[in-house]
Write a protein that binds this ligand. Structure first.
Ligand code: ADP
Ligand code: MG
Length: 337
């Protein structure tokens, strides 16, 4: 059970003031009816929101509160990164059940503010209510980019190379392990624990996404939240193109081997499992050198996984053993039973 709503907000306000740095665009944060921001010259504002619902998007039973606080912010940072922008301000609306008391929120905000500080993000407001049906977290993020520099899903062109950061499948493997009864042990760091962490405490490619936007290196970009196949199909639909994935070059996370030993099943889990929060983007081959440079500077591995092609009846094709065949774009879907 929590102290009063007002004590909760006062505590949060004090913590936000303490743990986030001042910045020129913020005229007034938490404490009034609305926050007041001054728009930076020659910049555009990016706004995104993510809703996390208990027992749908996470389970308290196996989620350390600190990691949930981290994830609530990370998923929104990932959306800003996928636009090629830089995150600036965050708002949090919380629907709080009785089971989440003061200790829970201390830990939740340890995770939240640690990530916020890492990326210079300031908490400027939110809303708080009770939620008898379970915890709900609505994470709103404001970011910025230079005028006209936002990287949309709609800019992919036939002939572009398709790239992805990091590797995919670890989060889906982690979820499967959790559902099978594996639990977090923070003192251990084997492959199983790494899989659980990738699912429960994902890292967003904040700096890489922003640099890609700043230097205008990508034609289209998206973060992989619904699975590589589904998210690549989103780019294709918005851009009016198709994509051919080169099966052998897809970087599958080593964690996938914990839950799938069959190579075909491992590939399917990797390309259809969601919540990797890697960045998937298209760019002309001519930019490859600059991409490698930014990847090196931001400590990110980038892999070319295919090519954008003229639109055909299948959004996705898969190239394997010299043959190209239609490939379903199925992925994660909240309403799919
Ligand atoms: P209102 O009645 O206008 O919604 P509140 O009393 O709910 O105002 O909120 C007071 C201040 O605290 C506002 O500035 C609001 O943005 C902030 N606030 C409330 N809940 C949260 C939260 N969960 N996270 C961050 N700021 C919050
Ligand atoms: Mg309110």
């Amino acid at each position: 059970m929590l102290q009063s709503e007002f004590a909760f907000i006062d505590g949060l306000r004090a913590r936000a003031a303490r743990e986030t740095r001042q910045n020129a665009e913020l005229r007034h944060g938490i404490g009034d009816d609305a926050a007041v921001l001054r728009a930076a010259a020659n910049c555009e504002t990016l706004i995104t929101v993510d809703l996390l619902v208990e027992d749908v998007d996470f389970k308290l039973e196996y989620t350390p509160p600190r990691w949930l606080g981290h994830k609530a912010l990370a998923v929104s940072l990932s959306d800003i990164a996928a636009m090629g922008g830089r995150p600036r301000f965050s708002l949090l609306s919380l629907g709080i059940p009785r089971a989440c008391g003061t200790g829970f929120w201390e830990e939740f905000f340890d995770g939240y503010f640690a990530l916020a500080a890492e990326h210079g993000v300031t908490l400027i407001g939110g809303d708080t209510s009770s939620a008898p049906g379970g915890l709900a977290i609505d994470s709103i993020q404001l970011g910025e980019c230079r005028q006209g520099a936002a990287v949309l899903r709609s800019g992919a062109k036939a002939g572009d190379e398709i790239y992805i950061t990091g590797s995919i499948g670890a989060s889906a493997a982690g979820l499967r392990l959790l559902l099978g009864g594996k639990r977090v042990r923070e003192s251990e760091d084997d492959l199983t624990q790494q899989a659980l962490r990738k699912h429960l405490r994902p890292e967003a490619r904040v700096e890489f996404g922003w640099r890609i936007g700043e230097e205008q290196l990508a034609h289209a970009m998206i973060d992989v939240s619904d699975g590589l196949a589904r998210d690549l199909a989103h780019i294709c639909a918005e851009s009016g193109v198709s994509a051919e994935i080169d099966a052998s070059s897809v970087p599958i996370s080593p964690e996938v081997s914990l839950v799938e030993t069959d190579a075909e099943k491992a590939f399917e889990l990797a390309v259809r499992g969601g919540e990797d929060f890697e960045l998937l983007f298209t760019a002309t081959g001519a930019k490859a050198k600059e991409l490698v440079k930014i990847a090196g500077e931001t400590g990110v591995v980038v892999t070319r996984i295919g090519e954008v092609i003229e639109r055909s009846d299948s959004a996705l094709r898969l190239r394997r053993d010299g043959k190209s065949i239609p490939f379903a774009s199925r992925g994660f879907d909240h309403f799919a039973g």
